[in-house]
Ligand binder design. Structure first.
Ligand code: SF4
Length: 425
Protein backbone atom coordinates (compact mmCIF):
# COMPACT_ATOMS: atom_id res chain seq x y z
CA UNK A 1 0.00 0.00 0.00
CA UNK A 2 1.24 3.48 -0.84
CA UNK A 3 0.94 6.48 1.45
CA UNK A 4 -2.03 7.65 -0.65
CA UNK A 5 -3.74 4.25 -0.28
CA UNK A 6 -3.15 4.34 3.50
CA UNK A 7 -4.53 7.86 3.75
CA UNK A 8 -7.60 6.91 1.74
CA UNK A 9 -8.21 3.92 4.02
CA UNK A 10 -8.14 6.22 7.06
CA UNK A 11 -4.68 5.09 8.24
CA UNK A 12 -2.41 7.74 9.76
CA UNK A 13 1.16 6.59 9.08
CA UNK A 14 4.31 7.52 11.02
CA UNK A 15 5.28 9.92 8.22
CA UNK A 16 1.93 11.73 8.51
CA UNK A 17 2.34 11.96 12.29
CA UNK A 18 5.82 13.45 11.85
CA UNK A 19 4.59 16.11 9.41
CA UNK A 20 1.65 16.97 11.72
CA UNK A 21 4.10 17.51 14.61
CA UNK A 22 6.48 19.61 12.49
CA UNK A 23 3.72 21.83 11.16
CA UNK A 24 1.56 22.13 14.26
CA UNK A 25 -1.55 20.74 12.57
CA UNK A 26 -3.67 17.69 13.31
CA UNK A 27 -2.74 14.25 12.05
CA UNK A 28 -6.08 14.01 10.31
CA UNK A 29 -5.41 17.26 8.44
CA UNK A 30 -2.29 15.65 6.98
CA UNK A 31 -4.05 12.36 6.24
CA UNK A 32 -6.86 14.15 4.41
CA UNK A 33 -4.32 16.25 2.50
CA UNK A 34 -2.45 13.14 1.32
CA UNK A 35 -5.69 11.33 0.45
CA UNK A 36 -6.95 14.33 -1.55
CA UNK A 37 -3.64 14.98 -3.32
CA UNK A 38 -3.17 18.40 -1.68
CA UNK A 39 -0.20 17.27 0.46
CA UNK A 40 2.75 15.13 -0.58
CA UNK A 41 5.33 13.49 1.69
CA UNK A 42 8.25 12.20 -0.42
CA UNK A 43 9.35 8.79 0.87
CA UNK A 44 11.28 5.81 -0.46
CA UNK A 45 11.09 2.13 0.49
CA UNK A 46 14.88 1.98 -0.04
CA UNK A 47 16.04 4.72 2.34
CA UNK A 48 15.03 6.58 5.52
CA UNK A 49 14.99 10.35 5.09
CA UNK A 50 14.24 13.49 7.06
CA UNK A 51 10.50 13.61 6.48
CA UNK A 52 9.01 16.78 5.05
CA UNK A 53 5.48 17.55 3.96
CA UNK A 54 4.78 19.70 0.91
CA UNK A 55 1.43 21.25 0.17
CA UNK A 56 -1.64 23.12 1.30
CA UNK A 57 -1.62 24.51 4.83
CA UNK A 58 2.08 23.67 5.36
CA UNK A 59 5.20 25.83 5.51
CA UNK A 60 6.71 26.57 2.08
CA UNK A 61 9.60 24.16 1.46
CA UNK A 62 12.89 24.85 -0.32
CA UNK A 63 14.70 22.59 -2.75
CA UNK A 64 18.39 22.92 -3.65
CA UNK A 65 19.50 21.46 -6.98
CA UNK A 66 23.06 20.28 -7.38
CA UNK A 67 24.88 18.09 -9.93
CA UNK A 68 27.78 17.91 -12.34
CA UNK A 69 27.88 19.26 -15.89
CA UNK A 70 29.82 18.03 -18.91
CA UNK A 71 32.54 20.60 -18.11
CA UNK A 72 32.89 20.09 -14.35
CA UNK A 73 32.70 16.56 -12.96
CA UNK A 74 33.87 16.48 -9.35
CA UNK A 75 32.00 14.06 -7.10
CA UNK A 76 33.67 15.35 -3.92
CA UNK A 77 32.46 18.85 -4.84
CA UNK A 78 28.89 17.59 -5.33
CA UNK A 79 29.00 15.93 -1.91
CA UNK A 80 30.19 19.27 -0.45
CA UNK A 81 27.27 21.00 -2.17
CA UNK A 82 24.82 18.44 -0.74
CA UNK A 83 26.21 19.11 2.74
CA UNK A 84 26.18 22.89 2.21
CA UNK A 85 22.53 22.75 1.15
CA UNK A 86 21.56 20.71 4.20
CA UNK A 87 23.57 22.97 6.54
CA UNK A 88 21.81 26.01 5.08
CA UNK A 89 18.43 24.44 5.84
CA UNK A 90 17.18 23.11 2.50
CA UNK A 91 14.19 20.78 2.84
CA UNK A 92 15.00 18.63 -0.21
CA UNK A 93 17.83 18.13 -2.65
CA UNK A 94 17.70 17.45 -6.39
CA UNK A 95 20.70 15.65 -7.88
CA UNK A 96 20.73 16.75 -11.52
CA UNK A 97 24.09 15.61 -12.87
CA UNK A 98 24.63 15.67 -16.62
CA UNK A 99 28.28 14.59 -16.66
CA UNK A 100 30.35 11.71 -15.25
CA UNK A 101 29.22 8.41 -13.76
CA UNK A 102 25.53 9.02 -13.05
CA UNK A 103 25.05 6.05 -10.73
CA UNK A 104 28.19 6.69 -8.65
CA UNK A 105 27.43 10.40 -8.24
CA UNK A 106 23.87 9.72 -7.12
CA UNK A 107 24.97 6.96 -4.72
CA UNK A 108 27.51 9.24 -3.06
CA UNK A 109 25.15 12.20 -2.80
CA UNK A 110 22.42 10.00 -1.33
CA UNK A 111 24.89 8.49 1.14
CA UNK A 112 25.85 11.97 2.33
CA UNK A 113 22.47 13.55 2.94
CA UNK A 114 19.46 12.87 5.14
CA UNK A 115 17.22 14.93 2.84
CA UNK A 116 14.73 13.58 0.32
CA UNK A 117 16.50 13.42 -3.02
CA UNK A 118 14.94 14.16 -6.39
CA UNK A 119 16.16 13.44 -9.91
CA UNK A 120 15.31 13.92 -13.58
CA UNK A 121 15.77 10.43 -15.03
CA UNK A 122 15.55 11.52 -18.64
CA UNK A 123 18.90 13.36 -18.34
CA UNK A 124 20.69 10.05 -17.88
CA UNK A 125 18.71 8.32 -20.64
CA UNK A 126 19.37 11.06 -23.20
CA UNK A 127 23.01 11.68 -22.28
CA UNK A 128 23.92 7.98 -22.26
CA UNK A 129 22.38 7.78 -25.75
CA UNK A 130 24.47 10.77 -26.86
CA UNK A 131 27.64 9.10 -25.55
CA UNK A 132 26.84 5.64 -26.92
CA UNK A 133 25.02 6.44 -30.16
CA UNK A 134 26.25 9.93 -30.98
CA UNK A 135 23.17 12.10 -30.30
CA UNK A 136 20.38 12.55 -27.74
CA UNK A 137 17.80 11.90 -30.45
CA UNK A 138 18.90 8.22 -30.50
CA UNK A 139 17.57 7.65 -26.98
CA UNK A 140 15.62 4.34 -26.76
CA UNK A 141 12.23 4.48 -25.06
CA UNK A 142 12.92 1.29 -23.08
CA UNK A 143 16.07 2.86 -21.63
CA UNK A 144 14.06 5.79 -20.36
CA UNK A 145 11.77 3.55 -18.30
CA UNK A 146 14.60 1.19 -17.22
CA UNK A 147 16.69 4.12 -15.93
CA UNK A 148 13.67 5.57 -14.13
CA UNK A 149 13.23 2.29 -12.21
CA UNK A 150 16.97 2.00 -11.52
CA UNK A 151 17.14 5.52 -10.11
CA UNK A 152 14.14 4.75 -7.90
CA UNK A 153 15.95 1.71 -6.45
CA UNK A 154 18.88 3.94 -5.43
CA UNK A 155 16.53 5.64 -2.96
CA UNK A 156 15.29 8.57 -5.06
CA UNK A 157 12.25 10.10 -3.36
CA UNK A 158 10.82 12.27 -6.13
CA UNK A 159 11.37 12.59 -9.85
CA UNK A 160 10.72 15.46 -12.23
CA UNK A 161 9.30 13.79 -15.32
CA UNK A 162 8.46 15.69 -18.49
CA UNK A 163 5.03 14.23 -19.14
CA UNK A 164 3.35 17.39 -20.41
CA UNK A 165 5.29 17.77 -23.63
CA UNK A 166 3.30 16.31 -26.53
CA UNK A 167 2.55 17.39 -30.09
CA UNK A 168 -0.03 19.92 -28.89
CA UNK A 169 2.57 21.56 -26.64
CA UNK A 170 5.19 21.61 -29.41
CA UNK A 171 2.63 23.09 -31.84
CA UNK A 172 1.96 25.96 -29.41
CA UNK A 173 5.67 26.51 -28.82
CA UNK A 174 6.05 26.87 -32.60
CA UNK A 175 3.04 29.06 -33.29
CA UNK A 176 3.71 31.67 -30.63
CA UNK A 177 7.53 31.62 -30.72
CA UNK A 178 9.82 32.61 -27.85
CA UNK A 179 12.02 35.59 -26.96
CA UNK A 180 14.22 33.50 -24.65
CA UNK A 181 14.07 30.11 -26.38
CA UNK A 182 13.58 26.81 -24.56
CA UNK A 183 15.68 26.69 -21.38
CA UNK A 184 14.69 23.39 -19.77
CA UNK A 185 17.29 20.73 -20.60
CA UNK A 186 14.63 18.02 -20.29
CA UNK A 187 12.24 20.03 -22.45
CA UNK A 188 14.91 20.57 -25.09
CA UNK A 189 15.98 16.89 -25.17
CA UNK A 190 12.42 15.63 -25.46
CA UNK A 191 11.30 18.20 -28.07
CA UNK A 192 14.36 17.44 -30.24
CA UNK A 193 13.76 13.68 -29.85
CA UNK A 194 10.09 13.96 -30.86
CA UNK A 195 10.80 16.08 -33.93
CA UNK A 196 13.73 13.93 -35.07
CA UNK A 197 11.92 10.62 -34.59
CA UNK A 198 8.44 11.92 -35.52
CA UNK A 199 7.09 10.17 -32.43
CA UNK A 200 5.02 11.14 -29.42
CA UNK A 201 6.78 11.71 -26.09
CA UNK A 202 6.86 8.20 -24.51
CA UNK A 203 6.39 9.72 -21.05
CA UNK A 204 3.03 10.98 -22.31
CA UNK A 205 1.99 8.07 -24.55
CA UNK A 206 3.14 5.41 -22.02
CA UNK A 207 2.03 7.36 -18.97
CA UNK A 208 0.27 4.31 -17.45
CA UNK A 209 3.55 2.38 -17.49
CA UNK A 210 5.34 5.31 -15.88
CA UNK A 211 2.70 5.40 -13.13
CA UNK A 212 3.22 1.66 -12.53
CA UNK A 213 6.94 2.28 -11.95
CA UNK A 214 6.27 5.24 -9.64
CA UNK A 215 3.78 3.19 -7.64
CA UNK A 216 5.96 0.09 -7.40
CA UNK A 217 8.89 2.10 -5.97
CA UNK A 218 6.76 4.68 -4.14
CA UNK A 219 8.37 7.62 -5.91
CA UNK A 220 6.63 11.00 -5.82
CA UNK A 221 5.93 12.14 -9.38
CA UNK A 222 6.83 15.79 -9.98
CA UNK A 223 5.14 16.78 -13.23
CA UNK A 224 8.07 18.42 -15.05
CA UNK A 225 8.04 21.89 -16.49
CA UNK A 226 9.88 21.49 -19.79
CA UNK A 227 8.20 24.52 -21.41
CA UNK A 228 8.90 27.01 -18.64
CA UNK A 229 9.76 30.51 -19.79
CA UNK A 230 13.44 31.43 -19.70
CA UNK A 231 12.71 35.13 -20.14
CA UNK A 232 10.09 37.30 -18.44
CA UNK A 233 8.73 38.27 -21.89
CA UNK A 234 7.76 34.61 -22.45
CA UNK A 235 5.93 34.16 -19.14
CA UNK A 236 2.48 32.56 -19.16
CA UNK A 237 2.65 31.79 -22.89
CA UNK A 238 0.69 29.18 -24.86
CA UNK A 239 3.28 26.38 -24.64
CA UNK A 240 3.60 26.74 -20.85
CA UNK A 241 -0.17 26.77 -20.34
CA UNK A 242 -0.66 23.82 -22.68
CA UNK A 243 1.93 21.81 -20.74
CA UNK A 244 0.30 22.78 -17.45
CA UNK A 245 -3.13 21.56 -18.65
CA UNK A 246 -1.70 18.19 -19.71
CA UNK A 247 0.30 17.83 -16.50
CA UNK A 248 -2.72 18.71 -14.38
CA UNK A 249 -4.83 16.01 -16.05
CA UNK A 250 -2.07 13.42 -15.75
CA UNK A 251 -1.47 14.38 -12.12
CA UNK A 252 -5.11 13.54 -11.34
CA UNK A 253 -4.68 10.20 -13.10
CA UNK A 254 -1.48 9.31 -11.21
CA UNK A 255 -2.96 10.30 -7.86
CA UNK A 256 -6.07 8.21 -8.56
CA UNK A 257 -3.68 5.24 -8.95
CA UNK A 258 -2.17 5.96 -5.52
CA UNK A 259 0.93 7.91 -6.59
CA UNK A 260 1.88 11.12 -4.78
CA UNK A 261 2.24 14.07 -7.14
CA UNK A 262 3.61 17.60 -7.34
CA UNK A 263 2.99 19.97 -10.28
CA UNK A 264 5.90 22.16 -11.37
CA UNK A 265 5.56 25.77 -12.49
CA UNK A 266 7.68 28.42 -14.21
CA UNK A 267 10.38 29.89 -14.61
CA UNK A 268 10.74 33.57 -15.32
CA UNK A 269 7.63 35.65 -14.47
CA UNK A 270 7.23 39.40 -13.98
CA UNK A 271 5.77 40.33 -10.59
CA UNK A 272 2.34 41.24 -11.96
CA UNK A 273 1.81 37.75 -13.45
CA UNK A 274 2.77 35.68 -10.42
CA UNK A 275 -0.62 35.76 -8.73
CA UNK A 276 -2.34 34.63 -11.95
CA UNK A 277 0.15 31.79 -12.38
CA UNK A 278 -0.43 30.49 -8.85
CA UNK A 279 -4.23 30.74 -9.09
CA UNK A 280 -4.26 29.05 -12.50
CA UNK A 281 -1.93 26.25 -11.45
CA UNK A 282 -3.84 25.52 -8.25
CA UNK A 283 -7.20 25.70 -10.01
CA UNK A 284 -6.47 23.42 -12.97
CA UNK A 285 -4.48 20.90 -10.90
CA UNK A 286 -7.22 20.52 -8.27
CA UNK A 287 -4.95 22.06 -5.59
CA UNK A 288 -2.00 19.74 -6.03
CA UNK A 289 1.26 20.82 -4.35
CA UNK A 290 2.78 23.57 -6.50
CA UNK A 291 6.54 23.48 -7.10
CA UNK A 292 7.62 26.93 -8.29
CA UNK A 293 11.00 27.09 -10.03
CA UNK A 294 12.18 30.49 -8.80
CA UNK A 295 10.54 32.45 -10.35
CA UNK A 296 12.98 35.07 -11.61
CA UNK A 297 11.23 38.42 -11.85
CA UNK A 298 13.78 40.21 -14.05
CA UNK A 299 16.37 39.00 -16.55
CA UNK A 300 19.02 41.70 -16.15
CA UNK A 301 20.76 40.88 -12.85
CA UNK A 302 23.12 37.94 -13.50
CA UNK A 303 25.34 37.43 -10.46
CA UNK A 304 22.40 38.28 -8.18
CA UNK A 305 19.81 35.81 -9.45
CA UNK A 306 19.37 34.24 -6.00
CA UNK A 307 17.91 37.58 -4.87
CA UNK A 308 15.92 38.04 -8.08
CA UNK A 309 14.35 34.61 -7.55
CA UNK A 310 13.79 35.28 -3.85
CA UNK A 311 11.56 38.26 -4.71
CA UNK A 312 9.47 36.05 -6.99
CA UNK A 313 9.49 33.14 -4.57
CA UNK A 314 8.28 35.28 -1.66
CA UNK A 315 5.41 36.52 -3.76
CA UNK A 316 4.49 33.11 -5.18
CA UNK A 317 4.60 31.55 -1.73
CA UNK A 318 2.35 34.31 -0.37
CA UNK A 319 -0.21 33.47 -3.08
CA UNK A 320 -0.08 29.75 -2.36
CA UNK A 321 2.97 28.07 -3.96
CA UNK A 322 4.07 25.22 -1.69
CA UNK A 323 7.59 24.34 -2.76
CA UNK A 324 10.34 26.56 -4.15
CA UNK A 325 13.34 25.56 -6.17
CA UNK A 326 16.23 27.76 -5.13
CA UNK A 327 18.38 29.75 -7.53
CA UNK A 328 22.06 30.47 -6.84
CA UNK A 329 24.02 33.67 -7.62
CA UNK A 330 25.78 31.67 -10.38
CA UNK A 331 22.52 31.03 -12.28
CA UNK A 332 22.87 31.70 -16.03
CA UNK A 333 26.67 32.03 -15.60
CA UNK A 334 28.31 28.83 -14.31
CA UNK A 335 27.94 25.65 -12.28
CA UNK A 336 27.56 26.81 -8.66
CA UNK A 337 30.16 26.28 -5.93
CA UNK A 338 29.25 24.94 -2.46
CA UNK A 339 29.30 28.54 -1.11
CA UNK A 340 26.90 29.66 -3.83
CA UNK A 341 24.63 26.70 -3.05
CA UNK A 342 24.61 27.83 0.60
CA UNK A 343 23.75 31.42 -0.41
CA UNK A 344 21.00 30.25 -2.75
CA UNK A 345 19.35 28.16 -0.04
CA UNK A 346 19.47 31.04 2.45
CA UNK A 347 17.89 33.44 -0.07
CA UNK A 348 15.10 30.94 -0.79
CA UNK A 349 14.53 30.23 2.90
CA UNK A 350 14.08 33.94 3.54
CA UNK A 351 11.64 34.11 0.60
CA UNK A 352 9.71 31.09 1.84
CA UNK A 353 9.40 32.61 5.29
CA UNK A 354 8.28 36.00 3.91
CA UNK A 355 5.64 34.23 1.81
CA UNK A 356 4.51 32.14 4.76
CA UNK A 357 4.02 35.29 6.85
CA UNK A 358 1.14 36.06 4.48
CA UNK A 359 0.01 32.53 3.63
CA UNK A 360 0.22 31.12 7.19
CA UNK A 361 -0.14 33.98 9.63
CA UNK A 362 1.14 31.89 12.57
CA UNK A 363 4.69 32.01 11.20
CA UNK A 364 4.95 35.69 12.24
CA UNK A 365 5.74 34.65 15.83
CA UNK A 366 9.49 34.61 15.19
CA UNK A 367 9.34 38.16 13.81
CA UNK A 368 7.50 39.29 16.94
CA UNK A 369 10.18 37.67 19.09
CA UNK A 370 12.91 39.42 17.07
CA UNK A 371 11.16 42.78 17.43
CA UNK A 372 11.13 42.38 21.21
CA UNK A 373 14.75 41.18 21.32
CA UNK A 374 15.89 44.20 19.28
CA UNK A 375 13.88 46.63 21.40
CA UNK A 376 15.46 45.12 24.54
CA UNK A 377 18.96 45.07 22.96
CA UNK A 378 19.04 41.39 23.90
CA UNK A 379 21.69 40.18 21.45
CA UNK A 380 21.67 36.54 22.50
CA UNK A 381 17.92 36.32 21.88
CA UNK A 382 18.37 38.02 18.50
CA UNK A 383 20.92 35.38 17.47
CA UNK A 384 18.64 32.57 18.62
CA UNK A 385 15.75 33.84 16.47
CA UNK A 386 17.95 34.68 13.45
CA UNK A 387 17.65 32.44 10.37
CA UNK A 388 21.45 32.23 10.23
CA UNK A 389 22.76 32.83 13.78
CA UNK A 390 26.42 32.17 12.84
CA UNK A 391 26.45 34.89 10.20
CA UNK A 392 24.72 37.40 12.49
CA UNK A 393 27.12 36.58 15.35
CA UNK A 394 30.18 36.83 13.10
CA UNK A 395 29.26 40.25 11.68
CA UNK A 396 28.63 41.71 15.13
CA UNK A 397 31.77 40.15 16.65
CA UNK A 398 33.92 41.58 13.89
CA UNK A 399 32.77 45.18 14.52
CA UNK A 400 31.84 45.28 18.22
CA UNK A 401 31.16 48.70 19.79
CA UNK A 402 33.04 49.94 22.86
CA UNK A 403 29.75 49.84 24.71
CA UNK A 404 28.36 46.36 24.14
CA UNK A 405 24.66 47.29 24.47
CA UNK A 406 24.20 48.88 21.04
CA UNK A 407 26.13 48.32 17.84
CA UNK A 408 28.57 50.25 15.65
CA UNK A 409 25.83 51.33 13.24
CA UNK A 410 24.71 54.32 15.33
CA UNK A 411 27.31 54.07 18.11
CA UNK A 412 26.66 56.59 20.93
CA UNK A 413 23.43 57.65 19.25
CA UNK A 414 21.73 54.25 19.43
CA UNK A 415 18.03 55.15 19.13
CA UNK A 416 16.94 52.18 21.22
CA UNK A 417 19.28 53.04 24.09
CA UNK A 418 18.23 56.67 24.11
CA UNK A 419 14.50 55.94 24.17
CA UNK A 420 14.77 52.96 26.55
CA UNK A 421 16.28 55.33 29.16
CA UNK A 422 13.14 57.48 29.15
CA UNK A 423 10.37 55.17 28.03
CA UNK A 424 9.12 51.74 28.95
CA UNK A 425 7.30 49.77 26.20
S1 SF4 B 1 23.07 51.27 17.31
FE1 SF4 B 1 21.44 51.67 15.84
S2 SF4 B 1 21.35 49.80 14.61
FE2 SF4 B 1 22.54 49.30 16.41
S3 SF4 B 1 21.08 48.51 17.88
FE3 SF4 B 1 21.15 50.69 18.30
S4 SF4 B 1 19.53 51.56 17.01
FE4 SF4 B 1 19.91 49.50 16.29
Amino acid sequence: MSLVDDARSGIVTEEMRTVARQEGVTEDFIRRGVAGGHITIPVSPYRDVKICGIGEGLRTKVNASIGTSTDIVDIAMEVKKAKAAERAGADTLMELSTGGDFVEIRKQVIANTTLSVGSVPLYQAFIEAAIKDGAVVHMKEDDLFRITAEQAKLGTNFMAIHTGINWETVKRLRNQGRHGGLVSRGGAFMTAWMIHNEKENPLYSEFDYLVEIMKEHEVTLSMGNGMRAGAVHDATDRAAIQELLINAELADKAHAEGVQVIVEGPGHIPLDEIEANVILQKRVSNRKPFYMLGPLVTDIAPGYDDRVAAIGAAMSSSYGADFICYVTPAEHLALPTPDEVYEGVMSSRIAAHVGDMIKLKKTREADLEMGHARRDLDWERQFQVAMNPERARAIRAERMPADTDGCTMCGDYCALKIVNRHFSF
